[in-house]
Design a protein around this ligand. Structure first.
Ligand code: ACM
Ligand code: ZN
Length: 716
C-alpha cells in the first residue's frame, strides 16, 4: 500500500502546473487529455532552428531526427510576429511555432517551465507526461533588459553565462553589459592594451584605488575579445542581444588613472584625497580623446553585433570641466555653456563616431538635457519616473527603469543586504509598478520600448563568499525580483503580487533549487505577545535565530522568552532559498550612553562630529582620513555592555571608510588596548570588561575619496 502511494506521489510530481508560466502567457488553454514524452521521443526542427533544438537537448534527452514528424516539432511560421509563438500539446505531440528564432526560443522556455523541476538539473529522464495545452503568446515590449555591472565587480565568463541563462528562463532578451565605470575597465582593447590590462585591476600596485571591499589586495579582471565573442554567441542562442556600455564622459575615474591624458588641462587640488587625482570626466576639448574613442568604438563594434552601443552620459560632474581652460574656450567658441550643453557636444561627437561604424546610441536620461540629441537615440530612464518622463516628453524611445522600482542592487527590506533604499524594493514593489499609476499617460507610453532591471555591482564585491559560489549574491538579488521585471516587460495582463508569490512557492522554488540558484525568501514574521517571542514563515522553511551577544546560531523549534527580543534575530532557509534577518522592533534599538566624541580630523558643518555624540546620522570629515588620524568616544559613565558595533563609511556600500585601521578600548580611561582591526571599515566587539573610552585609529593610507564617514556606535 505504502509503495503504491509513493509511486502515485512520484507520478504526480511529474505533472507540473501548466498554468504556472512566468511571464504569464497571453492565452493558455488546458485540454482534458495527456501526452507522454516516452524514452524514445523524437525532436524535429526547421534547419534554421538548429540552435534552438540543441538548446532544448541540453535539458531533455530527446532523439534529434530529420523530417517533419516527431514528438516535439520546432517550426517557423511567417504568420506570427517577431518573438510571437504558439505552443500546442495534443495527442500528436508538442508543436512549437515561432514568428522567428526568438519566438521559438520563447516557446521553449514556456515548455520547460511546464515540465517537472528536475529538467533544470539538466539530468531529467523520460517519460514525462504533459496535459494537453494550447498557448498563444507574444511580448508586450521588444526590449526586455537586464543590466549587469561587471565594471564595479568583475565576474568570470561562466558567471556571466549563468546570468544569461537566468535572463533566458524569464524571456528577457537584452543584456545591458556595463563594462566600464569609475572602478574598472573590463573590455580588452587591442589598440590600447593598457585600458584593460592595467585598468581591469584595482588595489595593490594598480593606479586605481581599491573601493567596495578587498582593500588589502589587488583584484579584478577583464574579458578578452575572444571571451566576449563567446558571450555574444552564447547569448544569441538564448535569444539575447548583448548591448555593451562604454560609460562616458563621466564615470571614468579608473580610465583617468590609467590614461591621465584624457583628463582636463589643469592640476587638481588633491589635498583632501590623500594626493590621489579623483577626476572622472573626459575632457571635451581634446581632439586626441576622440581619436581614442574611435579606436575603442571600432573594436567594440567589431565584437558586438548589436546595432546599439550604450555610451553612458549619466552623472557628469560639471565642476571638473568648469576648471578646464580648454573646455571653457570650447564653450566660448561654440556659444554653449559648461553643463548639459557641453556634455551634449561631447556625446554628439561620439555619435558621429558611432555612425561611422553603423551603430546607434543608447544613453542615460541626463544625456538629453542639452536638447539636441537625435530623436533616434534610445534613452534609459533611470532617474526616477521623472527621468523616464524627461525621455518620453522629448519624444525619445524610452527604456523604463526608474531606480526605485527596477534597481535590483537595492535591498529587499530595510534590514537586508544591498544598496540603501528606505523601504526596500521587493518583488511586490515591482509587481505593483504600473505604467499608469507611475504617472505615464497613454500618449507618453507610446514612447516606451521596454523595461530593464539593473544589478549594479558596488555591493557584489563585498558579498562574494570565497568559500561559496560567486553568484550567490547575484541570485539572491535577482530572485525573485526578476520575475516581476519579466512580467512588467512581457505582459499586458500581469499577475498580482499575491498570485505571483503563490505561483513562485508552488512552482518555482523547486525549479530554482534544481538550477542551483540561491533565492531570497520572505523573512519570518516576528511577534512578541504574552511573554513569548515567536517567528513564523509561510513557505515551510526552517527558522534559525542568532543572539547578538554571543553570535551563536540555534534552530528555532518553539517560541522563545520575550526577554530575548532585544537580542535575537531570525532567518529562514528552504531548498536553495534563504531569508534576510527579521527581529522584533526592540532588536533595532540601541543604547545611547552619554559620550563625548573628539577627533584629529576636521568635520563639515552640515554633518559635524556631534552627530556621533547624539546618536544621530553619520558625521562627515572635510578630507579623507590619513595615517594616525583618530576618533575618540569617551563615555561619561563607565560602560558595561554586551555588544558594540563600530562603523566607518556608508552602511551598505564600502566607501568613504577607514579600511586600514583598528579600534582600541580603554578600561581605565587612560591607557588603550587594541580591540581588533577594522574589516571593511567595521568591527563588532563583545566586551567582557567595563569600558571608559573607545578609539578608532587609521593605520595607513585609508582611502582616496573626498571625505570619510564616521557613524555613531551601536551599543547593546
Ligand atoms: C545610474 O544609475 N547612474 C545610471
Ligand atoms: Zn577639459
Amino acid at each position: 500500500m505504502k509503495t503504491r502511494f509513493l509511486i502515485l506521489l512520484a507520478f504526480l510530481a511529474q505533472i507540473a502546473h501548466a498554468a504556472d508560466i512566468v511571464p504569464k502567457p497571453r492565452s493558455l488553454v488546458e485540454g482534458n487529455g495527456e501526452f507522454t514524452l516516452n524514452r524514445r521521443a523524437t525532436l524535429v526542427c526547421d534547419e534554421r532552428l538548429d540552435n534552438a533544438a540543441s538548446y532544448l537537448l541540453g535539458y531533455l534527452p530527446l532523439r534529434l531526427t530529420k523530417g517533419t514528424t516527431g514528438d516535439v516539432r520546432l517550426l517557423l511560421d511567417s504568420t506570427l510576429k517577431s518573438e510571437e509563438y504558439q505552443l500546442r500539446i495534443d495527442n500528436s505531440g508538442i508543436e512549437v511555432r515561432g514568428g522567428d528564432y526568438g519566438g521559438v526560443f520563447n516557446a521553449l522556455q514556456s515548455l520547460l517551465q511546464m515540465l517537472p523541476a528536475e529538467v533544470y538539473t539538466k539530468r531529467a529522464s523520460l517519460p514525462i507526461t504533459l496535459t494537453h495545452t494550447t498557448i498563444s503568446d507574444a511580448p508586450r515590449y521588444s526590449y526586455r533588459g537586464f543590466l549587469l555591472d561587471v565594471a564595479r565587480t568583475y565576474m568570470p565568463v561562466n558567471e556571466v553565462k549563468r546570468a544569461i541563462d537566468y535572463m533566458a528562463f524569464l524571456k528577457l532578451n537584452k543584456l545591458h553589459f556595463h563594462l566600464v565605470d569609475n572602478p574598472g575597465w573590463r573590455i580588452e582593447i587591442k589598440s590600447h592594451p593598457e585600458l584593460a590590462k592595467v585598468g581591469g585591476w584595482r588595489g595593490g600596485d594598480s593606479p586605481i584605488h581599491p573601493v567596495y571591499a578587498h582593500f588589502d589586495r589587488k583584484y579584478g579582471g577583464y574579458y578578452t575579445q575572444e571571451e566576449l565573442r563567446e558571450v555574444v554567441v552564447y547569448a544569441a542562442q538564448r535569444n539575447i542581444e548583448v548591448i555593451p556600455e562604454i560609460d562616458m564622459p563621466g564615470h571614468s575615474k579608473g580610465l583617468g588613472a590609467v590614461r591621465p591624458d584624457i583628463l582636463c588641462n589643469y592640476t587638481p587640488d588633491t589635498t583632501i584625497t590623500n594626493g590621489i587625482d579623483t577626476r572622472n570626466v573626459w575632457c571635451v576639448a581634446k581632439e586626441s580623446n576622440y581619436r581614442l574613442i574611435e579606436d575603442i568604438i571600432r573594436e567594440v563594434a567589431d565584437i558586438f553585433p548589436s546595432k546599439y552601443i550604450h555610451i553612458g552620459g549619466d552623472e557628469v560632474n560639471f565642476n571638473w570641466w568648469k576648471q578646464c581652460p580648454d573646455c571653457q574656450r570650447l564653450c566660448r567658441e561654440k556659444g554653449i555653456t559648461v553643463g548639459p550643453q557641453l556634455e551634449e557636444h561631447f556625446l554628439m561627437r561620439v555619435n558621429e563616431i558611432l555612425a561611422r561604424y553603423d551603430r546607434r546610441p543608447i544613453v542615460w536620461n541626463e544625456a538629453i538635457r542639452g536638447g539636441k540629441m537625435p530623436k533616434s537615440t534610445v534613452v534609459c530612464g533611470w532617474y526616477g519616473v521623472k527621468g523616464c518622463l524627461e525621455a518620453m516628453n522629448g519624444g525619445y524611445p524610452t527604456i523604463v527603469m526608474p531606480s526605485r522600482y527596477f534597481y535590483l542592487d537595492k535591498r529587499q527590506g530595510p534590514n537586508e543586504i544591498g544598496h540603501t533604499s528606505k523601504t526596500g524594493i521587493t518583488l511586490k514593489t515591482i509587481c505593483d509598478f504600473e505604467y499608469e499609476s507611475a504617472g505615464f499617460t497613454p500618449e507618453q507610453q507610446k514612447h516606451i520600448i521596454g523595461v530593464e532591471g539593473a544589478l549594479w555591482g558596488e555591493i557584489i564585491a563585498s558579498n562574494i563568499d570565497p568559500k561559496g559560489r560567486f553568484s550567490d549574491y547575484l541570485e539572491y538579488m535577482i530572485f525573485p525580483r526578476l520575475f516581476g521585471v519579466s512580467e512588467a516587460a512581457w505582459c499586458h495582463d500581469r499577475r498580482s503580487y499575491d498570485d505571483m508569490y503563490a505561483t513562485l512557492k508552488r512552482s518555482f522554488y523547486d525549479k530554482l533549487e534544481a538550477m542551483g540558484a540561491t533565492f531570497r525568501l520572505t523573512p519570518p514574521t516576528i511577534e512578541v505577545k504574552e511573554g513569548k517571542l515567536t517567528a513564523t514563515t509561510d513557505d515551510g522553511s526552517k527558522i534559525f535565530y542568532t543572539d547578538i551577544r554571543t553570535n551563536r546560531r540555534c534552530a528555532y523549534t518553539e517560541p522563545l522568552d520575550a526577554a530575548l527580543a532585544p537580542y535575537v534575530a531570525f532567518h529562514s532557509f528552504t531548498k536553495t532559498g534563504r531569508s534576510g534577518i527579521a527581529a522584533a522592533p526592540e532588536y533595532w534599538q540601541y543604547r545611547q550612553p552619554k559620550v563625548a566624541v573628539t577627533s584629529s580630523m576636521p568635520f563639515t558643518k552640515h554633518r559635524p562630529l556631534e552627530e556621533c555624540a547624539k546618536y544621530g546620522d553619520a558625521a562627515y570629515t572635510t578630507r579623507c582620513a590619513r595615517k594616525g588620524d583618530w576618533v575618540e568616544f569617551r563615555f561619561e559613565e563607565p560602560l558595561d555592555c554586551h555588544y558594540i558595533e563600530v562603523i566607518t563609511g556608508h552602511y551598505q556600500v564600502f566607501r568613504r571608510l577607514i579600511y586600514n585601521g583598528h579600534v582600541e578600548l580603554s578600561y581605565d580611561g587612560k591607557s588603550f588596548e587594541q580591540a581588533g582591526r577594522l574589516h571593511n571599515g567595521k568591527i563588532e566587539l563583545r566586551p567582557t570588561r567595563t569600558i571608559h573610552a573607545l578609539r578608532i585609529v587609521a593605520d595607513g593610507i585609508t582611502d582616496a575619496e573626498e571625505y570619510t564617514c564616521i557613524r555613531p556606535l551601536k551599543i547593546k
